[in-house]
Design a binder for this molecule. Structure first.
Ligand SMILES: Cc1cc2nc3c(=O)[nH]c(=O)nc-3n(C[C@H](O)[C@H](O)[C@H](O)COP(=O)(O)O)c2cc1C
Length: 326
C-alpha cells in the first residue's frame, strides 16, 4: 500500500486548536516517517502562558493523524522525535506501518466536526436523554435545567474575568477576523462566520473588545454585551471533560478530540467553554456540580445541543498544506 502522507496531514489539520492558531507543523521523513513540531510563533503569551492549550491542540492534531492513518490502513508507531530548529519545537516522531485493523469509527466524524457557536434548536426530552448518554470514563454530562442556568452564570463570570485583562483582549482580537476582507479570514484564527456573528455583531464585538471596553465596562454594559451564558442555559447539556490530574496536556488533547468526535457522531453541535476549566474557582464548581471524581482535573467543557434544522455548517478556516509542511 502506498502512503499519501500529505492527505493524512491535511486530515490531521482539521483537529481543533485554541483560537484556531493551528500550532502543528509536519515533515515527511524518509519513506514512512512523519515528524510533528510546534510553531512557536503561534503561542498565546497572555491567554496560554504555560503552553497548556498549545499542548492540548498538538495532542488533538496527533490524534487526527492517527485517525487519518487508520482510515488509510496504517497504524502510527512512535519513532525518534525530530531535533529542535529555529522557531520549531520538536513534539513527536511517528512511523506508519501497514495495519488493516487500525481503522477507528470516530474517523467518520472528522470532516463534519467543527465548533457550533450558533443557537441550539429547542431542547426536547429525547435530546436531554441523548446528551446524558454521552457520559463516559472522562466525561460527565449536566442536563438538569436549573444546574445549566447556574453553570451559565459561572461561565459568564469566569469568562468576563479573563476579558477584563487588556492584554488578553488584545491577543484575542489579534486572532479574530471580524471582516470578510481580512487577509487571513479563511486561514486561521476566529472569523466572524465561525463565531456565528453577522457583520454588525462582528463590528460591535470589535468595539467592545477594543477601544470601547473601558467606557462600556464603567457603565456596566461590557459584561452583558459579552455574555454567552444564555447559550449554555439553552443547551441540551454541558459536557465536562476530565482527565487524571497528572496527565500531560498533549495526552489530554488526544482524548479531548476523541470526545468532541463522539459528540459530533451523536448528532450534537458543540462549542468549547474553556473559561470553565481555566478559572480555578469555576473549575471547582463545575467539578462538584458534575460529580468529577477526586484525582481528576477538569480539562475543558462543551455546551452541546441540536443545530437548528437546515442550519448551514459554520465556515472553517485552515492554513494551506504548504504552510503546515516544514
Ligand atoms: C485548548 C482549546 C481551547 C479552546 N477554547 C475555546 C473557547 O473558550 N471558546 C470557543 O468558542 N472555542 C474554543 N476552542 C475551539 C477552537 O476555537 C476551535 O477548535 C478552532 O477555532 C477551530 O475551529 P473548529 O473547531 O470549527 O475546527 C478551543 C479549542 C482548544 C483546542
Amino acid at each position: 500500500m502506498t502512503i499519501d502522507r500529505r492527505t493524512l496531514i491535511a486530515e490531521a489539520a482539521l483537529a481543533p486548536s485554541v483560537h484556531n492558531v493551528q500550532p502543528a507543523r509536519w515533515r515527511c521523513v524518509g519513506d514512512d516517517g512523519i515528524a510533528l513540531f510546534e510553531d512557536v510563533a503561534t503561542r498565546l503569551c497572555v491567554g496560554d502562558p504555560t503552553g497548556n492549550d498549545a499542548r492540548i491542540s498538538l495532542g488533538a492534531a496527533a490524534e487526527g493523524l492517527r485517525l487519518a492513518a487508520g482510515r488509510a490502513g496504517f497504524a502510527l508507531r512512535e519513532a525518534e522525535p525530530p531535533l529542535a530548529e529555529p522557531g520549531l519545537v520538536p513534539v513527536a516522531g511517528y512511523r506508519l506501518v501497514s495495519d488493516a485493523a487500525a481503522a477507528d469509527p470516530l474517523a467518520g466524524a472528522v470532516d463534519a466536526r467543527r465548533s457550533w457557536r450558533g443557537g441550539f434548536a429547542t431542547v426536547e426530552d429525547a435530546d436531554r436523554g441523548a446528551a446524558a448518554a454521552l457520559a463516559g470514563a472522562d466525561a460527565k454530562v449536566v442536563t438538569d435545567r436549573a444546574l445549566l442556568a447556574e453553570l451559565a452564570r459561572v461561565y459568564d463570570a469566569a469568562s468576563y474575568d479573563f476579558l477584563r485583562d487588556a492584554g488578553f483582549r488584545r491577543e484575542l482580537l489579534s486572532w479574530m477576523r471580524l471582516r470578510r476582507s481580512h487577509p487571513r479570514w479563511a486561514t486561521d484564527g476566529l472569523n466572524a462566520g465561525a463565531m456565528a456573528m453577522g457583520a454588525v455583531e462582528a463590528r460591535g464585538a470589535g468595539v467592545v473588545l477594543g477601544k470601547g471596553f473601558a467606557l462600556l465596562d464603567r457603565v456596566g454594559l461590557a459584561r452583558p454585551l459579552l455574555a454567552e451564558g444564555s447559550k449554555v442555559a439553552a443547551a441540551a447539556g454541558l459536557v465536562v471533560f476530565h482527565r487524571p490530574a497528572g496527565e500531560a496536556p498533549f495526552e489530554s488533547g488526544r482524548h479531548f478530540y476523541r470526545l468532541w468526535l463522539r459528540l459530533e457522531a451523536a448528532g450534537f453541535g458543540a462549542a468549547v467553554l474553556a473559561a470553565l476549566a481555566d478559572d480555578p474557582a469555576a473549575a471547582r464548581t463545575v467539578a462538584a456540580t458534575a460529580g468529577v471524581p477526586a484525582g481528576e482535573r477538569v480539562v475543558s467543557a462543551f455546551r452541546i445541543g441540536r443545530r437548528p434544522a437546515g442550519a448551514a455548517p459554520l465556515p472553517r478556516a485552515r492554513r494551506s498544506l504548504d504552510d503546515l509542511l516544514v
